[in-house]
Design a protein around this ligand. Structure first.
Ligand code: PHE
Length: 462
């Protein structure tokens, strides 16, 4: 499918929704959210996440979508179109977005490679004899490099063709499969003995656990999950036809991300509790490769092999649909701003991202640094740029018209003030905290960097 200007376009409305959900649902929902919630007030955290999703997540998503859908261009060219001049200063913001997304992907792909390796290991039980040794071997070195290559090669294959044939078809298959697997595992977990403590560990509401750090953790979770401020959502929205509703789509996408993350907790904790592996104090990716991997061993063959494979497969599907969305902004830029053929642009971008990830694949310390406090800051900065552009740079009536045009409910009267006043205020506070060493300042794990919470990697100095 392409539009009048020969640009790619989504063939179906559901294709766009699933692709954007694919971008949003990733390690943030599977490995970060469950332990984050359990440690920070259980059901109270889930409730707060829901509120923040409504008040901050959806408006940010609408703001980012409104730029992409209006301009129908890559993240750099979009600002020229909206500014109505050929080389506007805002192009720099676009360059920041796609570079940030590509850099983010350089280590995100390495981690996706770890998971892909475990998909195969889980089918045969290859890690069963020495789970810790296997994990160690996976995280850095030649194996990690090889699997990083496989992930970027797969990304190239998907992105080499048009948006509707590549990204859209991929998500049309992988997203329903992901939901089915996770829903299946949630139901399976229900049937296991001794799961009560698991649900209690996850959901026991504890409002007294709330600190300013909890709040920062929830906002961090929202940003990381929706992936706003990196141009991925803006690029996806640029392939929407003009009459598509952005408010309705943004709401569906944000609420499904929330619901999916909630389901992940219902999958993880009963499994752990049933096999006596609960409460070991591990979070993030360590949870997946540590206690969860142990639970599959404890199930015994063949059940453990099947459940383990399905679990790692689902995690990989979630990760890979995010991976693809992170490479697209750079590819769209190269194609549209430099007139390069899509195939070549995809090859160039995927090769560069692969190369940029080599050091992270060889050293998990480098990976921890790249994805650590540093990324917090860049993500927040990206969000701030969007809030400032839509909220302040764009005249109010124009910004409102862009949000409200097309089908669906007109929500700009509520959304624009949030984007204009609330968003910048919150983001500036978070930015300051993330620069001044948020994890310690905000009270331990609750305010830890995105990386620390997602991947269980300790952060500098805390
Ligand atoms: N949202 C993805 C996750 O939760 C990560 C991501 C960030 C994807 C930014 C795209 C853009 O893992």
């Amino acid at each position: 499918m392409s539009d009048a200007a020969g640009r790619g376009q989504w063939a179906t409305g559901i294709g766009f929704i699933l692709a954007a959900m694919g971008s949003a649902i990733g390690f943030g929902s599977i490995s970060r959210f469950p332990m984050n919630a359990a440690n920070n007030g259980g059901a109270a955290f889930v409730l707060l996440y829901g509120i923040v999703m409504l008040v901050i997540g959806i408006p940010m998503l609408i703001a980012e979508f409104s730029i992409g859908r209006e301009a129908q261009k890559n993240v750099v060219g979009a600002f020229d179109v909206l500014e109505r001049k050929p080389r506007s200063r805002w192009r720099l913001a676009g360059i920041f977005f796609f570079t940030l997304a590509a850099f983010f992907l350089s280590w995100y792909s390495v981690i996706s490679g770890w998971v892909l390796r475990y998909v195969f290991a889980a089918t045969t039980g290859a890690y069963y004899d020495d789970p810790t040794g296997y994990q160690f071997e996976t995280l850095e070195g030649p194996d990690a490099l090889g699997w990083h290559f496989v992930v970027m090669a797969m990304t190239f294959v998907v992105l080499t063709t048009s948006v509707s044939k590549g990204i859209e078809r991929l998500n049309l298959v992988l997203m329903p499969a992901l939901f089915l697997i996770v829903a299946g595992l949630v139901v399976y977990a229900l049937t296991l003995p001794n799961v009560g403590p698991g649900y209690a560990f996850y959901l026991q509401p504890d409002f007294s656990a709330f600190t300013i750090g909890t709040f920062a953790a929830v906002i961090g979770q929202t940003f990381f999950s929706l992936g706003v401020g990196m141009g991925a959502m803006m690029t996806y929205a640029s392939y929407l036809p003009r009459q598509a509703s952005i408010s309705r789509n943004a709401t569906i996408i944000a609420l499904s991300t929330l619901g999916f993350a909630f389901m992940c907790g219902l999958m993880v904790f009963p499994l752990l509790s049933s096999f006596g592996l609960l409460g070991t104090g591990v979070a993030g990716l360590d949870l997946i490769f540590g206690p969860l991997a142990q639970a599959f061993i404890a199930m015994g063959a063949p059940l453990g092999l099947i459940v383990g494979t399905l679990f790692f497969l689902a995690t990989f599907f979630a990760a890979f649909t995010s991976v693809v969305s992170l490479a697209e902004p750079a590819i769209a830029y190269v194609v549209e701003e430099h007139g390069v053929q899509r195939k070549r642009a995809a090859l160039l971008v995927c090769a560069l991202i692969y190369a940029a990830g080599i050091i992270a694949a060889l050293s998990s310390d480098v990976l921890a640094f790249e994805g650590g406090a540093f990324v917090d800051m860049l993500l927040i900065l990206g969000g701030l740029l969007i809030a400032l552009y839509v909220g302040w740079r764009t005249p109010v009536d124009v910004a409102r018209a862009r949000m409200d045009s097309g089908a669906g409910p007109k929500v700009s009267a509520f959304v624009l003030p949030l984007v204009r006043y609330v968003m910048p205020a919150i983001l500036v506070v978070l930015l300051v905290f993330s620069i001044v060493g948020s994890p310690c300042a905000l009270g331990g794990t609750a305010g830890g960097s995105l990386m620390a919470q997602t991947f269980g990697v300790p952060v500098l100095g805390c």
